[in-house]
Write a protein that binds this ligand. Structure first.
Ligand code: SAH
Length: 361
């Protein structure tokens, strides 16, 4: 319907070229970049360091964002905020902002829907709908950055006034949309613009081995989280179809190669489902993978996530006690492990609950 490009889809070099074609000097690109990524300007009319005619041309020839907000919810007394968007084709997307006294994290969607079909996740129920462009991911981050800045301006606010972390843990599988995802990371990292440090990004993958290998070869040291969720292949394949293609041994080999190449720790996410994957036997097997009795330990950390309810699934969440028991077994085996602090469960904004309005009706 619209063929004007999204301003967030242009790199600095592409802006230089866009301006050159219109007879404008390259320094204008830097000015524009500062407006978009430092001042978080969303209206070209506010760019008063540009001649009016050029501002008008920019407004006429580009779109300042393509995501249409369709719903907005606040939870945890306003410290968690979820926005639901419609993409230009109408597909749903969701973004979650989590503010803490010392940090502010945005959880970004990389696809609308998801092709991976994990049985416990709400997003998978939508099927795959759309690969986000870099701009569609960046726009979610800019929304959150503006939101944090505005919250911090309120009287008595003590939390950070800028985003400190970007996690690609929303809808979709980032490594299934690697090219666009990596462009979004590089753009947000660019010191001429948003300037977020590489270690302030985290990507979570369902376990696509080629993606892990590709990430290991990149120069920016972003954090890697791997959704493991089970310690033996039968159970993991039943929960996550991807395991039939990349079974646990292959995944562990890729994780090990990654830590050896980058000298960075990986995180394993482990969603706990009552009497499925939360048994002592699974905990022991998990410890065997990460602390092999006759091998070198893997540089890894386990993030235990009590499962968040997804309507229409016959699953249930592990009790606090079973979570603690599972954790105790890992710790006794020397595996570093934490239980993820929950945010947004009351507004269906927590891990695995992002499904857009279509699935919640
Ligand atoms: N596709 C990527 C990114 C999604 S991140 C991945 O699989 O890692 C979302 C995280 O929440 C993943 O670890 C996912 O497995 C987990 N998750 C999915 N459904 C959940 C649920 N209902 N409760 C808690 N965590 C869930």
């Amino acid at each position: 319907m619209e063929d004007r490009p999204n301003v967030y889809d242009f790199s600095l070099d592409e802006w230089v070229e866009w301006l050159r074609q219109r007879g404008e000097p390259a320094f204008r690109a830097r000015q524009l970049y500062r407006h978009l990524y430092v001042h978080l300007t969303t209206d070209p009319a506010a760019m008063t360091d540009w001649p009016v005619r050029l501002r008008e041309k920019l407004a006429a020839e580009t779109q300042w964002g393509v995501l249409q907000p369709t719903a907005r919810v606040e939870g945890d007394r306003g410290w968690t905020r979820k926005v639901a968007w419609a993409l230009p084709q109408g597909h749903p997307l969701e973004t979650v902002l989590m503010v803490y006294p010392d940090r502010a994290t945005v959880c970004v969607s990389s696809q609308s829907g998801c092709p991976m079909q994990c049985v416990f996740c709400a997003t998978g129920k939508l099927g795959f709908l759309h690969d986000c462009s870099p701009g569609e991911m960046i726009e979610q981050v800019i929304w959150a950055a503006r939101e944090v800045r505005q919250m911090a301006a309120a009287p008595g606010a003590t939390h950070p006034d800028h985003l400190t972390n970007v996690v690609f843990m929303g809808m979709g599988e980032p490594f299934n949309n690697f090219e666009a995802w990596w462009q979004a990371v590089e753009r947000l990292h660019d010191p001429n613009g948003f300037n977020l440090g590489a270690r302030n990004f985290t990507v979570s993958t369902v376990g696509l081995v080629p993606g892990i290998e590709r990430l290991a070869a990149q120069s920016l040291p972003v954090n890697l989280a791997i959704s493991l969720h089970a310690a033996d292949d039968d159970l993991r394949s039943a929960m996550m179809p991807v395991n039939k293609r990349y079974p646990i041994a292959a995944l562990m080999a890729a994780a090990r190669a990654y830590t050896e190449k980058t000298r960075r720790r990986v995180s394993f996410e482990y969603v706990l489902l009552h009497e499925q994957n939360d048994t002592p036997a699974q905990a022991d097997q998990l410890a065997d993978w990460l602390r092999p009795p006759a091998g070198r330990p893997l540089l890894a950390h386990v993030n235990l996530i009590p499962w968040n309810p997804v309507p229409g699934t016959p699953l249930s969440r592990s009790s606090r006690r079973r979570v603690d028991d599972f954790k105790a077994i890992l710790q006794a085996r020397g595996v570093p492990c934490t239980v993820r602090i929950e945010r947004g469960v009351d507004i269906a904004a927590a891990c695995g609950q992002l499904a857009g309005p279509a699935a919640s009706s």
